[in-house]
Design a protein around this ligand. Structure first.
Ligand code: XMP
Ligand code: MG
Length: 174
């Protein structure tokens, strides 16, 4: 690990503020939080299970897999029935918005069944964007570094760390 980028206490304070904003924005809506597995689990838990959340809401998981083909990566949504969110005000909860490919892939089918769709991301790495997409709620905007912790992983490791740390380049660059 190169060092800590965002400490646990800073993460918690920021997420609490985001929760207050969401509770206000969704007070007349039918909130359905759709949690993108696995990375968004800690963020989602902190975001909606605290005393700033004053609304009844539903939640459910969604999982996206990527298959590395010969030419490009294809994304596929696993076992999700888009009818489950018909008429709901969906808040898509994701750990990090990077190239934007994952969220854009999910937004299109969701927008067809849901009554409204917004996105909440803990981190945004705008320098890496390939798709014209921005999140509605953003925890922190970060530079183009590979981060781990607070749900985010490197080969499925380090998800359990409470702080968000920067991974040493030598770990992933050969
Ligand atoms: P896209 O590019 O589709 O990426 O916007 C979203 C997914 O890419 C993963 N990702 C990361 N995971 N540290 C991680 O642990 C990072 O710095 C990072 N950047 C992107 C992540 O799984 C996210 O859901
Ligand atoms: Mg992810």
């Amino acid at each position: 690990m190169e060092g800590i980028l965002i400490s646990h206490i800073t993460i918690q304070e920021r997420i609490r503020a985001m929760c207050g904003q969401i509770a206000e924005d969704y007070k007349d809506k039918d909130l359905y939080a759709l949690v993108v597995l696995k990375g968004a689990i800690p963020f989602f838990t902190e975001l909606l299970f605290n005393s700033n959340m004053t609304l009844p809401f539903e939640y459910g998981p969604i999982k996206v897999s990527s298959y590395e083909g010969t030419k490009s990566k294809t994304l596929r949504v696993e076992q999700f029935d888009f009818n489950d969110v018909t008429g709901k005000d969906v808040l898509l909860v994701e750990d990090i918005l990077d190239t934007g490919n994952t969220l854009s892939h999910l937004l299109q089918p969701l927008q067809q069944s849901a009554s409204s769709v917004r996105t909440a991301v803990l981190l945004d790495k705008p320098e890496r964007r390939e798709k014209p997409i921005n999140a509605d709620y953003i925890g922190f905007t970060i530079p183009n570094v590979f981060v781990v912790g607070y749900g985010m992983d490197f080969n499925n490791r380090f998800r359990y760390l409470q702080h968000i740390g920067v991974l040493k380049k030598s770990m992933y660059e050969k």
